[in-house]
Design a binder for this molecule. Structure first.
Ligand SMILES: C[S@@+](CC[C@H](N)C(=O)[O-])C[C@H]1O[C@@H](n2cnc3c(N)ncnc32)[C@H](O)[C@@H]1O
Length: 343
């Protein structure tokens, strides 16, 4: 066991083996604990306690269960660090009848299961403890379950009747939580976490959603939707929420931009770009367009072979002197140059 500092936690934290790597960062743990506030909660795969600690701040009593004794020891020490005396730690297999009978007063069962290290496509049935097994062995105790699942999994690959909540932190997809029974509030949701606030978008019935048209060219402003919104498939809900005319510009298999002639601000928009020009895809022409402007560097936001990246970038940036950055998107055969207004 060692005590280490990590960007995930505001304090030095006790950890062992892969405990810290899989621990829930404070910002996510705090948000989830707020959503799952109850009297008695059982975190049945608690690891070093990253999430358990925050449950204990919101609930009267928390059980922290783990099969690995060394991780449980870290969790106990971490609970002391955070001055928490309302966690009962249980070493054991979450699926064993002996563990189940020790948590019969739990209102909510939460599990952030272990994931196999080598898995090319994430599956819910390879998680340990497995979600269907947990639902089965705890069904006589409660119908309120929440699970963490790999966030790479798209909603359609999660074959349960549950809410799929994708969470982003600092513009990056961070966590996926599944809520079952009365905890389910919708089919899909996206949460953007900020230091002291969160923003949540819920899925709606398809019939309530606007048709968003696709166009080939961006308008004056282009917006990069937050990855949690994209992953949860909530672009229609976002456009409805923003109440502004927006269209989609498909960029490539991984990227889309929303576009409008109106400047729109929203926490669900990760980046807001203003169009500064359009030139053919030719490094010399891009460079001469940028000469004499206040742009000094270029972020390439289109697919190029990694070995060609610096060659292309150096040609584009040759002899530029400005302090600003241009963001370059390739749409069809043209390069659209933007300035990022959200820096
Ligand atoms: C992803 S980690 C949990 C991390 C934790 N949420 C945190 O924030 O620190 C998964 C944990 O599940 C535990 N685990 C795996 N199978 C288990 C089982 N059958 N019963 C209880 N715990 C189990 C592992 O030992 C591991 O500590």
């Amino acid at each position: 066991m060692e005590k280490v500092s990590s960007t995930k936690f505001s304090k030095l934290i006790y950890t062992c083996s892969d405990g810290l790597r899989f621990a829930t960062p404070e910002i996510v743990a705090q948000y989830r604990a707020g959503r799952l506030q109850t009297e008695v909660l059982a975190d049945i795969s608690c690891g070093i306690g990253g999430q358990t600690i925050f449950f204990a701040r919101e609930c009267q009593k928390v059980y922290g269960v783990d099969i690995a004794g060394d991780k449980l020891e870290c969790a106990q020490k971490n609970a002391n660090l955070y001055d928490l005396g309302n966690i009962i730690f249980i070493e054991g297999d979450a699926l064993s009848p002996d563990t189940v009978k020790q948590v019969t007063d739990a209102d909510i069962i939460f599990s952030d299961p272990a994931r196999p290290a080598a898995e090319t496509v994430r599956q819910t049935d390879s998680l340990r403890p497995g979600i269907p097994m947990v639902l089965d062995v705890y069904k006589d105790i409660t119908d309120k379950f929440a699970f963490e699942a790999p966030p790479q999994m798209p909603p359609e690959r999660i074959d349960f009747d549950c809410e799929r909540e994708y969470i982003s932190v600092d513009g990056k997809l961070n966590r996926l939580t599944l809520y079952f029974g009365p905890l389910k509030q919708c089919e899909r949701s996206a949460v953007v976490l900020e230091d002291t606030a969160f923003h949540r978008l819920k899925s709606k019935d398809r019939s309530q959603l606007p048709q968003i048209s696709e166009i080939a060219e961006p308008k004056m402003y282009a917006f990069e939707p937050d990855p949690a919104v994209v992953k949860a498939g909530l672009l229609g809900e976002l456009v409805l929420e923003l109440k502004q005319p927006l269209e989609i510009v498909p960029i490539d298999a991984k990227r889309i931009l929303l576009t409008s002639d109106i400047l729109i601000e929203s926490p669900f928009l990760k980046n807001t770009f203003q169009l500064i020009g359009k030139v053919p895809y030719d490094c010399r022409q891009i460079n001469s367009f940028l000469q004499g402007t206040d742009i000094g560097s270029a972020v390439i936001r289109f697919i190029i072979a990694p070995e060609k990246y610096w060659d292309i970038r150096n040609k584009i940036e040759k002899d530029l002197a400005g302090g600003k950055t241009a963001h370059l998107f390739k749409i069809s055969r043209s390069i659209y140059l933007f300035e990022n207004l959200r820096t």
